[in-house]
Design a binder for this molecule. Sequence first.
Ligand code: MV4
Length: 477
Amino acid sequence: MGIETVAVFSDADRKAPHVAAADYAVRLGPPPARESYLSVAAILEAARKTKATLIHPGYGFLAENAAFARACSDAGLTFVGPPADAIEAMGSKTGSRKMMEAAGVPIVPGLTRPASTAAELKEFGRKAGYPILLKAAAGGGGKGMRRVDSEKEIEAAFARASSEAMAFFNDGAVYAEKLVEGPRHVEVQVIADRHGNRLAVGERECSLQRRHQKVVEECPSPVVGENLRKRICSAALAASAAVNYVSCGTVEFLLSPDGSFYFLEMNTRLQVEHPVTEEVYGVDLASEMIAIALGEPLSWKAEDLRPRGHAIECRIYAEDPSRDFAPSPGTIESLRLPAGPGVRHDIGVEQGSTVPIDYDPMLGKLVVWGPDRPRAIRRLSRALSEYEVAGVETTLPLFRRLCGDSDFQAGRFDVQWLERRLASGLLESREPSDEDVLLAAAALSDETAPRGSTPAEPPASPWRRRARLESLRGAER
Ligand code: MV4
């Protein structure tokens, strides 16, 4: 865009690639986020010192903080994101449900205001039928959520949900919804400019989650056809119009196995998984967001937005899947990235980078595009087999296993599938083949080879193994 950039960094990120990539860089403070990336004063001071005019908040930290958006405007800076009022309106679950109902956007049957007594919840349970779900009104991310299967559990569930909501959000308000069984998480990308133009850029499938953290995202959803896409996109546009939304945003829906969908919440920011939409729709959401903030009209029309092929994103974390996803901080000793057509890396580290314990340990995202879903999976599988990270454990082995899973290949999963599949041994070794047995025997008879059981990842192809053997023989000669 020809715009000079200023990176901000904490002491933990002084050597991070984004610092070197930007035209200027400003230190915010020590590693704790409160004193650096979450410090509004430090960020505004960095902008003042460098005479910045725009601030892009990214997708963490202050990205959905209405007070920060206002502080930017008050300081004469352009916040690259939605109006503070839209952030606020979507911040309350009960408040946003009420607005969505009024705007004709389907919401999960349930209350649109917090329950003040257990009796109100019982009345809803009797009317709607069990199971129901208690949720924190201020919540999100599944915190303070509680399933209730019968009236006799209400009192205890209400007390626990309420105290959990208090602990997490400093707001004990709780409401109830009918439980949707076996749902998928499907979300719609919306974008709007300051001139009243508003577009939906298709949906993303985000059902593959663990502890309410997305792990793999796709565009399009394998279960959304043209008809459903039209309906869910028009619901998302109505949702964003109801709060006068401007900029990039995402409307999350629960998609029931019976084909009905319900508004869950709206994320008033650019999301981590936006690249899959960019790959399939051929757009650049981040630069469009900046253009919108500068007052420009949307650069595409609805007719320009046609999905092409299929994209899949894997979130690569410095976590050890074989140890219940324990964080694995340390130094990236070596890094080899796969390349080729349809392979994209959005990555924040390089060889020699340290992964601090201070922040979310996402190293980067591998995004693969293919002409259709089966070919995107094959390309992903090949890219994963070439991807090498040494020095820290990563979630790569999980993705390698996933590519070989028949439910994943068939697109047959709901929001709980990944956790169930991890519990049923997704990461464990398969039945060893004859070849595996021979290799294990060879390893046992070799004093220098590491002892161990069957490899936890699919074996390399016989061709590759042969090539490695050949090269070892060559080294001996
Ligand atoms: C639900 C639900 C089933 N029925 N609401 C979890 C986080 C929050 N954003 C909404 N969540 C859910 N709400 C009703 N009425 C199931 C979930 C849910 C879920 C939703 C999206 C992605 C992953 C999830 C994992 C477990 C439960």
